[in-house]
Design a protein around this ligand. Structure first.
Ligand code: LLP
Length: 417
């Protein structure tokens, strides 16, 4: 069941007309469907329920506290990449022993914060990082649980900016060096080797790259056993793609089946770090038509959301479906949907067939629940927009729209000016 659907020519999120939310909260705004978030989390978790597993939602996809709280209530863990995400995760109620920490550039203060918190494991991305974590754990009199993020050198065949598992990418440690890393870790007093990890990319729409990565991890695990290193966790990262337009990615069940099959019988606990597949299609960006104009060669629909609110179209040439919030009989035109920012890259859709709209009409930019608000900025001193969660026939503003005062918070003019 799609929780963003038309009823009597009007777009609803669950039981609430999108137009009603926009009238009360203003535009632009992000809307998330509670039922969709929950269903997607369950679909993913259920697909792995016959193996020992921990689903660590990848915070970076959507860090709204209400969204995080929902997943912590559902028993999920969290995949973080910064001290800020750890802070949010703890605020949302995740228990530290369900938090895994990846990222190539963990700062010392962030490492300390995670050590003090007592997270499940650090996914180590370089030998120097391993050394730093060992040192900080020594200083803080803690023992750090670590796994090595292996770069299995597989092509995830996705957008180059979000492909992470090839040797030319900055992520993880090559399989050749991983063994060296594990051996080094064995000799370190303040770290405990607990796992192996990989994350090969995002918006992956085929099974094969995951299978290839797992194959390479399994070989490594064998080698490790030969050296007497027995690990407990196998973290497969995230990356499963969703349908934005006409992609046909594997369903979570199919993805899980393939992973479980190539994993075979194992005592390892499987960790997964899904982000997009859980939240992507659970959210929409709602924006209002400000003006229309034609240049003779092009039709423009100028809306009140810009690239600072949703950067994916311009950054990755990403496709997001555009839907009118109220259907009409006026037919379609081909237009660019553009924002108010002074850059030609400020678009939400290019050369798109869209319903003929008018000033004041609302448009929904679909599949915006992942990497939407979290990647937004205050560029052009535009206010960050609200996030709303809809549950059945009610909605809650889970983040308020910023005010002008918020823009200058923390800024100071030196006394000589
Ligand atoms: N684990 C790690 C270590 C990651 O780096 C990522 C995403 C995930 C899990 C979650 O991946 P997912 O299941 O969402 O594919 N901003 C880009 C996506 C960047 C993904 C970065 N890493 C976009 O808007 O497409």
């Amino acid at each position: 069941m799609n929780h963003f659907a038309f009823r009597d020519n009007e777009l609803y999120c669950e039981e609430v007309p999108v137009q009603k939310i926009a009238e009360q909260v203003g535009t632009p705004l992000y809307i998330y469907s509670h039922a969709t978030l929950k269903r997607h989390f369950h679909a993913f978790a259920d697909a792995f329920k016959d193996v020992d597993n921990l689903i660590c939602f990848s915070a970076k996809a959507n860090t709204n506290l209400a969204v995080l709280k929902l997943f912590s209530n559902l028993g999920g863990g969290l995949d973080i990449v910064s001290g800020g995400e750890l802070y949010r995760g703890l605020k949302a109620g995740f228990s530290p022993e369900k938090i895994v920490y990846s990222g190539v550039g963990k700062r010392i203060d962030e490492i300390d914060y995670a050590l003090e918190t007592g997270i499940l494991m650090f996914n180590i991305e370089s030998l120097e990082e391993l050394d730093s974590i060992n040192k900080r754990a020594g200083v803080l009199k803690k023992r750090a649980n670590v796994s090595i993020r292996v770069n299995p050198d597989v092509d995830a065949r996705t957008h180059p900016y979000i492909s992470t598992g090839m040797k030319k990418n900055k992520f993880g440690i090559n399989t050749e060096f991983a063994i060296k890393g594990y051996k080094a870790a064995m000799g370190l007093k303040n770290v405990k080797i607990v796992g192996i990890d990989c994350h090969i990319g995002s918006q992956i729409t085929e099974i094969k790259p995951f299978e290839d990565a797992l194959k390479s991890l399994k070989l490594l695990i064998k080698d490790l056993e030969a050296y007497g290193i027995n690990i407990k966790y196998l973290d497969m990262g995230g990356g499963l793609g969703i349908t934005y337009n006409d992609e046909v990615p594997p369903q979570p069940a199919e993805y899980a089946r393939a992973i479980k099959k190539s994993l075979g019988r194992t005592k390892l606990k499987l960790i997964l770090e899904p982000g997009r597949v859980i939240v992507g299609n659970a959210g929409a960006l709602v924006t209002k038509v400000l003006y229309r104009k034609s240049t003779g060669v092009k039709e423009f629909i100028i809306v009140d959301a810009g690239m600072n609110d949703l950067v994916r179209p311009t950054l990755y040439k990403a496709f997001h479906a555009i839907k009118p919030v109220v259907l009409s009989e006026e037919g379609e035109i081909v237009a660019d949907i553009v924002g108010p920012i002074c850059e030609s890259g400020d678009f939400l859709a290019l050369d798109r067939y869209v319903q003929r709209v008018h000033q004041g009409d609302l448009i929904a930019v679909m599949s915006a629940g992942a990497y939407g608000f979290v990647m937004s900025s205050n560029y052009c001193s535009r206010l960050k927009i609200p996030e709303v969660m809809v549950k059945e026939n009610k909605f809650h503003v889970t983040r308020k729209r910023q005010k002008y005062e918020d823009l200058t918070k923390g800024e100071k003019i030196p006394p000589y000016l």
